[in-house]
Write a protein that binds this ligand. Structure first.
Ligand SMILES: [Zn+2]
Ligand SMILES: [Zn+2]
Length: 226
């Protein structure tokens, strides 16, 4: 946090972004609202799917993903889902810092050489993953890589099924520089089917990365069996 923002919290305490009350501390989220966030306690180490154990899920056991370890802090449901859509809209400039702070409280500084945000779609004015990654890079004193580019042609993943997502994302990214021998941590807002982060890990490893981990704000839960 900048010294100026720190100083301003001394005089004007933060306002909670969720309930609107005074937060009483130097972050715009009050303790009660923070305590209600849906924390992931146990998950698959390879895709962060919330589970009753920390063993790999059946999908990752059947096919090991290109990512080495994926950590997500919260289950993607209310109010985290609303907080992430407010971050994506880019109107809420403090949301990036509040979500980064929520990650910092739960995840230790990763053993990595650099952070790399999932590249935003070119048509979006605000690059929300980069905003999140910038806060984390500052807090952890880690370099931020911006060498990955998204090829513009791919259809947004949101509307597609799991298999279509994997096919659609293939070839969607390219690395502008060699990642030879680097350990890289991808920063993402929400991991859904893990197709995007896997494709990025594949591209980074093809360009020489030694290890690719992921830290995300949230993970979608498994669909209930019908
Ligand atoms: Zn609150
Ligand atoms: Zn898994």
């Amino acid at each position: 946090m900048s010294w100026l923002r720190c100083l301003s919290f001394q005089f004007i305490p933060g306002n909670c972004l969720l309930c609107g009350d005074t937060s009483g501390r130097n972050i715009d989220l009050c303790r009660d609202c923070e305590a209600d966030l849906p924390v992931i306690r146990r998950a698959c180490p390879y895709c962060a799917l919330p589970l009753p154990t920390t063993s790999p899920c059946f999908r990752c056991r059947a096919r090991r993903p290109a990512t080495d370890r994926v950590t997500a802090c919260f289950i993607y449901r209310t109010p985290i889902s609303q907080m992430i859509s407010r971050l994506k809209e880019g109107e809420d400039h403090v949301m990036g810092r509040v979500l980064a702070d929520a990650i910092l409280r739960r995840v230790q500084k990763p053993d990595t050489d650099a952070l790399l945000p999932v590249p935003g779609r070119p048509e979006r004015a605000f690059d929300h993953a980069a905003n999140l990654a910038r806060h984390l890079a500052d807090a952890w004193s880690l370099p931020l890589l911006q060498s990955l580019r998204r090829n513009s042609a791919s259809t947004p993943q949101k509307s597609l099924s799991r298999d279509s997502r994997r096919r659609n994302i293939r070839g969607a990214f390219h690395s502008q520089e060699s990642c030879h021998g680097k350990r890289i941590t991808i920063i993402d807002d929400v991991v859904t089917t893990a197709a995007t982060i896997n494709e990025i890990a594949r591209v980074l490893k093809a360009s020489g990365a030694q290890k690719v981990d992921v830290i995300a704000v949230a993970r979608t839960p498994a669909k209930p069996v019908p």
